[in-house]
Design a protein around this ligand. Structure first.
Ligand SMILES: C[S@@+](CC[C@H](N)C(=O)[O-])C[C@H]1O[C@@H](n2cnc3c(N)ncnc32)[C@H](O)[C@@H]1O
Length: 289
């Protein structure tokens, strides 16, 4: 088992890593405890700073452009329900699912506070338990890496195919393998293991709040391969390729003007071939064959 000291990653605060080939029941519970432990303050800088909000907006716009208001959506790994309540307020009906009971409670409370409880159903269901859900969805989305925690991505794909109507859409934001900012930042700091953490094969133990999140990293091509049997690829794009990743938000605040310019570059050319294979996350859109 490889163990390295790590500080921060994608939308998690990463403290340490180690690796395993498959995720066991015990490891799924590690991940659940990790997210339970941060649910209370996940809407703050940890889970929703300016850079996260920027990426969030790209997913919102993509879902809105792919699926008309009134559609029935499934949110995989809904967290505190920011996306679910946003879509509900625009006329969508959302089943918001998560493996962390504390996150599900937060989603339920958010929907109630917004008067959206008729349109948001919060359910304690992991992405590895989708056989528990009834189908008939028009679209399924997942934001900021819940699918990086799925023990068997192929099983998720099969369940998504069952749950979606033909022609239905998938819109996922996924933690990618190749983040130039991360490579550069940690290489300059001479923290080479940290710089290359996303190259790991199999599940990587990522420390957060003294707990462990078992995480798989994917390139867009690797990710799509798991879905290709049931889904056609609509397209994918980089998220936060030129813009720094969310954990460098202090750098962003010190260089806001320049970073905003980089963000516009992401918006303009982040879907170009080759560039779209990089970035902190990638946003991928597929449709049911
Ligand atoms: C980085 S957070 C993102 C939350 C939310 N989608 C957002 O945009 O704020 C990752 C979420 O994935 C959930 N998660 C982790 N493993 C999961 C699993 N196996 N099944 C479903 N959700 C999971 C966590 O509980 C957490 O809420």
């Amino acid at each position: 088992m490889l163990v390295a000291e790590i500080e921060v990653s994608a939308s998690y605060n990463v403290e340490t890593t180690s690796h395993a080939t498959t995720v066991s029941e015990a490891q799924l519970l590690d991940t659940q405890r990790a997210f339970d432990s941060v649910a209370a303050d996940y809407d703050g800088p940890r889970g929703n700073n300016e850079l996260i909000q920027r990426m969030r907006l790209t997913l919102w716009n993509t879902v809105r452009s792919e699926l008309p208001a009134g559609s029935r959506l499934l949110d995989l790994g809904c967290g505190t329900g920011i996306d679910a309540v946003e879509f509900a307020s625009q006329g969508y009906r959302v089943v918001a699912s998560d493996w962390s009971p504390r996150m599900v409670e937060r989603t339920h409370a958010r929907a109630e506070a917004a008067g959206m409880q008729a349109r948001v159903e919060a359910m304690h269901v992991g992405v590895h338990q989708l056989d528990r859900l009834e189908g008939g969805f028009d679209g399924i989305y997942s934001n900021f890496g819940p699918l990086n925690c799925a023990p068997e991505l192929g099983d998720v794909a099969t369940q998504c195919a069952r749950l979606l109507r033909p022609g239905g859409k998938l819109v996922f934001s996924v933690i990618g393998r190749m983040c130039p900012w991360e490579l550069g930042y940690y290489t300059v700091k001479r923290r080479i293991r940290r710089a290359f953490v996303r190259t790991a094969r199999g599940a990587t133990a990522v420390g957060m709040n003294r707990h462990t999140i078992w995480t798989y990293y994917y390139s867009p091509r690797e990710f799509y391969r798991a879905f290709a049997q049931h889904f056609a690829l609509d397209g994918y794009r980089a998220l936060s390729l030129f813009m720094p990743p969310p954990y460098l938000v202090e750098y962003y605040r010190r260089h806001r003007g320049g970073c905003e310019w980089l963000g516009r570059l992401d918006d303009r050319i982040g879907a170009w071939p080759w560039l779209r294979d990089m970035g902190d996350h990638f946003l991928i859109v597929m449709y049911r064959r």
